[in-house]
Design a protein around this ligand. Structure first.
Ligand code: AMP
Length: 232
């Protein structure tokens, strides 16, 4: 399944929660790219500079990363994509890759949040430098202040969560999301109001995806997807 949504819409939080709840992996291209950007190589340096501007990484690089990951570890019971695909080219690549691996087309769930809500969330977002756990100064503060509740790691602000870069990232989303939504409409597209409490959003997500969270080749998935498309 694909989690579509602007930066700050909760894709990371909901993706990680669903992954634990359903026992299927969550693949975040943003996380993978940030990991690559830490490398002390010319490619790592170039990526670091690009990510800091809020621009999208080119399709070829992102598709190569996703292709390598899925071919190495083909999903057995499903996979959650957080932040991928972001362009039509990436969506077409994903369809080809899934069909090569004998898997069905994905369902796409759009986490919809108002522009004000996105700005508030992104500017208050903090992440553990050690384990990546995500907090928010207003909606989910850490009980240990500027330290992670899980491992005591320092909570830091992402380089691309500054106001100027946030605006650029939101503009990027505006321009790429419309054709992507059109691409998935009719196949299994659902938009859910993600301005609400994370727990409420999680419950709604689960109701939508649980029928699909069995063997991806099973009848259960097909029935679930039929019901899902009907509800869209
Ligand atoms: P995210 O963590 O999903 O907000 O992604 C952080 C940054 O990584 C984005 O602003 C892009 O620069 C890059 N990125 C992540 N996923 C993609 C993608 N599918 N296509 C292009 N760039 C991406």
């Amino acid at each position: 399944m694909i989690l579509l949504g602007a930066p700050g819409s909760g894709k990371g939080t909901q993706g990680a929660w669903l992954s634990r709840r359903l026992g299927i992996p969550c693949l975040s291209t943003g996380e993978i790219l940030r990991g690559e950007a830490k490398r002390n190589t010319p490619a790592g340096f170039r990526l670091r500079q690009l990510l800091a501007t809020g621009a999208l990484v080119d399709d070829e690089t992102v598709c190569a990363v996703v292709g390598a990951r899925l071919r190495r570890e083909p999903p057995v019971r499903g996979v959650i994509f957080d932040g991928f695909p972001r362009t039509l080219q990436q969506a077409e690549f994903l369809d080809g890759l899934l069909s090569e691996l004998g898997l069905p087309r994905p369902i796409a769930i759009h986490l919809d949040v108002s522009a004000d809500g996105l700005l508030r969330r992104l500017s208050g977002r903090r992440q553990c430098a050690a384990c990546g756990e995500v907090y928010n100064l207003s909606s989910r503060p850490s009980s240990r202040g500027s330290r992670c509740e899980k491992d005591g790691g320092a909570l830091i602000q992402r380089d691309d969560d500054t106001e100027e870069v946030i605006l650029r990232r939101l503009q990027e989303f505006e321009s790429y999301s419309a054709p992507l939504i059109e691409y998935y409409e009719g196949v299994g597209y659902r938009r859910i109001a993600a301005d609400r409490e994370p727990k409420v959003v999680s419950e709604e997500l689960l109701e939508i995806v649980e029928p699909a969270a069995f063997d991806p080749r099973s009848e259960v998935l097909l029935e679930g997807r039929a019901a899902f498309s009907g509800a869209a």
